[in-house]
Design a protein around this ligand. Structure first.
Ligand code: NAD
Length: 293
């Protein structure tokens, strides 16, 4: 297993920026890229602010935070980001067409030895990998939000993933301080399948007028000991991302995953969560900055 030195992250949205932060802190030369220059700039300032916060809280020393930040390069194109990478982690929106477009391009740009990972929450990595000539070097690396803090990394072994690729990805996850689990590919893996189900049920309850969003959140936090309520969580994840996941689970696993009509309506209204300033709840200061292209 050859050591990996350079990690490229494609897509600097909610997840990409956190993955880049974690990779840089683990000592990897890290290159972050996004289609939208404004999103990349926003990602740069958010990573800096999050590293400063970690120093303030005594979780990282100031020299380590500065060294991590200096390890991150912000690339203007996917070619620039991926050509020298040993591992590329794709974190573009949860749509099969986008993933396929990126993997087709990466397969042409990257060295034959480069590992291609998708941070997809639900989609078939086997299908994504099938557009490349290196399916055995493709796998899923499913990080959680916020990616620089959350402990779990769910690694998804696709049909053709080989042992060496799997071992390299596990090693990267461990170096980033994650607890790693390896699972066989299945729609929604472990986490998204269960989480989408809980979140969808919460939307059905809200739609039926059983209780307010705040009380449904309170019930799960105080009665079931969930750290966040389902609506707080979906506002963090993005309602569009959750809807994409549910639509895929519905298509692949059946009727019980049909997205709640209220969720569909919120997405149509542009209520995408914290990133757009309004989801189930309102966020007067939009945090994400993707809407400013
Ligand atoms: N949001 C979550 O909580 C969460 C958790 C785990 C996994 N995921 C998965 O991570 C992936 C990304 O989700 P996100 O929430 O970060 O989405 P996001 O919408 O916040 O970010 C996606 C980014 O990709 C960029 N992008 C789109 N097309 C691109 C292209 N061709 N080249 C480069 N950049 C491009 C967009 O400009 C955007 O900044 C999805 O597959 C999602 O399912 C999300």
């Amino acid at each position: 297993m050859a050591p990996l030195n350079t990690v490229a992250v494609i897509g600097a949205g909610i997840m990409g920026r956190g993955i880049a932060h974690g990779a840089a802190l683990a000592g990897y030369r890290t290159i972050l890229e996004d289609l939208l220059p404004a999103t990349l700039r926003k990602a740069e300032s958010e990573i800096r602010a999050n590293l400063d916060k970690a120093v303030e809280l005594g979780k990282v020393s100031a020299p380590d935070a500065n060294a991590a930040f200096s390890r991150i390069e912000f690339a203007g194109s996917i070619e620039e980001a991926a050509r020298d990478a040993d591992l590329v982690i794709e974190a573009v929106p949860e749509e099969m067409e986008s993933k396929i477009e990126i993997f087709t391009l990466l397969d042409k740009i990257c060295r034959p030895t480069t590992i291609l990972a998708s941070n997809t929450s639900s989609l078939s990595v086997t299908e994504i990998a099938s557009v490349t000539y290196r399916a055995k070097k493709c796998l899923g690396m499913h990080f959680f939000n916020p990616a620089h803090k959350m402990k779990l990394l769910e690694i998804v072994r696709a049909l053709e993933t080989d042992d060496d690729t799997l071992a390299s990805a596990v090693e990267v996850g461990k170096r980033m301080g994650k607890e790693v689990i390896v699972i066989k590919e299945s729609p929604g893996f472990i986490t998204s399948r269960i989480n989408a189900m809980i979140g969808n049920e919460a939307f059905y309850m809200l739609q039926e007028g059983i209780a307010s969003a705040a009380d449904i959140d309170k019930a799960l936090k105080l009665g079931l000991n969930h750290p966040m309520g389902p609506f707080e969580l979906v506002d963090l994840v993005g309602l569009d991302t959750r809807l994409n996941i549910l639509e895929y689970l519905h298509k692949t696993l059946g009727e019980k995953y049909r997205p709640a009509p209220l969720l569909v309506q919120y997405v149509k209204a542009g209520r995408l969560g914290q990133k757009s300033g309004r989801g189930v709840y309102e966020y007067p200061q939009a945090k994400h900055g993707q809407e400013t292209a």
